[in-house]
Design a protein around this ligand. Structure first.
Ligand code: ADQ
Length: 421
């Protein structure tokens, strides 16, 4: 089957629900799983599906995203593959930034004209899943779809945060409501498998993953179908174009909030995580040529380590420890994601800081850290205690914030020795 596809990763949302992680970087550039960035997930899914023409659309804080893409994805000149960034731009016809997900694609269409493609695959930049897009493409082509949406059964609590749809036996979507209120949820239940019924997953949600036949998307844009896929384009295409539901069976999670981001990362520490990093379909990322991690005298259980860490902690449990993390002796890390560092301090600086009682980059001596996310390049002094949990009020407290009981220490924050949170 001829699959001539261009893939677009939507990376332009402000990502406010992920603040403070998205304060100085775009959402796709947020580090996950100790050594990757969010954008590596959709890009790797594309590459593992044999799709190598990829554009990432962005508009906020794109510097770190630019540098990650430039340093990570290189293709030999014969493959004709690329991963490029298209940043929102003002021009003589348009002085607005992207007004929504569909507007982002619409404004990018002029850059796509030079490419040869029949289908356009649209992906979100903030989801964790492994999916072979070839199967979805074959479904779209075999069923003669104009638009195909990847869908997954969800429970009532999650349903209000997604586009919820119904389809007939052939997979034709018959209704679609973007983020329905609880009051109308009852009418939106779908026929699902016994297993899904048993777990309360009776609503079919859009995964925000779309395939459009090239000419149809152009036609929709010419007709002025709206600025957002979920709110405008998809509801408008039902009944007018062949709009199909492709039901996905694997693990998929939207990591748009601090809580879902935290849970998705910590789930990687389980014996059998829902997202399998150890599969034959690799997650690609920047090759940093870091040394192996060095662990000395620590009790470690259910932990995932990035590269180049120097660990002397007492105990690390149920935690993700990112690249270049340094944890000093006597410290305990539980149920936490420590993102690590972008560089190493030199030894003279470390000795001088030690002598003057100033924290070094990483986690100092005799600290206790539980239920926290430590963004990159933090300086945590000796004897710091961070204990997240529902007892803490949500809010922004300067060097850190709290959301749903999870303490997020901001990028580059300095916590003085003895700080208690
Ligand atoms: P949401 O996740 O709420 O719902 P949205 O916040 O619009 O959708 O983000 C989708 C993706 O587009 C994200 O990766 C985001 O960063 C990016 N994005 C958002 N605004 C953008 C803009 N102006 N320019 C460029 N990129 C932008 C969507 C669908 C739902 C579906 C869920 C599944 O609307 O129907 O159920 O995804 O997660």
């Amino acid at each position: 089957m001829k699959r001539n596809v261009i893939s677009i990763v939507l990376g332009g949302g402000r990502g406010t629900r992920l603040f403070p992680l998205t304060y100085s970087r775009s959402k796709p550039a947020v580090p996950i799983a100790g050594k990757y960035r969010l954008v590596d997930i959709p890009i790797s899914n594309c590459l593992n599906s044999g799709l190598n023409k990829i554009l990432v659309l962005t508009q906020f804080n794109s510097a770190s995203l630019n540098s990650h893409i430039k340093n990570s994805y290189h293709f030999d000149i014969f493959s004709k593959g690329f991963v490029d960034i298209l940043a929102a731009e003002q021009n003589v016809e348009n002085d607005n930034w992207y007004q929504g997900t569909a507007d982002a694609v619409r404004q990018s269409m002029k850059h796509l004209e030079k490419y040869d493609y029949d289908y356009i695959l649209i992906l979100s930049g903030d989801q964790l899943y492994q999916m072979d897009f070839r199967e979805m493409l074959d479904f779209h082509i075999e069923k003669g779809g104009d638009v195909t949406i990847a869908t997954i059964p969800v429970n009532a609590k999650d349903a209000t945060g997604f586009g919820i749809l119904s389809s007939d036996d052939e997979g034709n979507i018959t209704s679609f409501v973007e983020k329905p209120g609880y009051d109308i949820l009852g009418d939106l239940k779908s026929e699902v498998s016994e297993e899904n019924k048993h777990t309360g997953k009776e609503y079919l949600a859009s995964m925000g993953i779309y395939i459009f036949t090239r000419s149809i998307l152009k036609k929709m844009f010419d007709e002025g179908a709206g600025d957002d896929f979920g709110k405008d384009i998809i509801p408008n295409s039902i009944g007018k174009y062949t709009t199909l539901s492709y039901q996905f069976e694997g693990y998929w999670t939207d990591i748009g909030t601090i809580e879902s981001f935290y849970e998705a990362n910590l789930d990687l520490c389980q014996d059998f995580p829902q997202f399998n990093l150890f599969s034959s379909s690799p997650i690609y990322t920047r090759a940093r040529m870091l040394p192996p991690s060095k662990i000395n005298g620590s009790y470690v259980s259910k932990a995932v380590f990035g590269d180049g860490c120097i660990i002397m902690a007492d105990k690390i449990e149920n935690s993700v420890i990112g690249n270049r993390t340094r944890i000093d002796k006597g410290s305990t890390i539980v149920n936490s994601y420590v993102m690590g560092a972008d560089f190493y301090q030199n030894t003279t600086e470390i000795v001088l800081n030690d002598r003057n009682g100033r924290p070094n980059m990483g986690i100092g001596k005799y600290c206790y850290i539980e239920k926290a996310i430590l963004d990159k390049n933090c300086y945590i002094g000796d004897n710091v205690r961070i204990i997240g949990g529902k007892h803490l009020p949500d809010g922004d407290f300067g060097t850190y914030s709290v959301q749903d009981g999870i303490v997020v220490v901001k990028k580059g924050a300095v916590l003085a020795p003895g700080t208690h949170i």
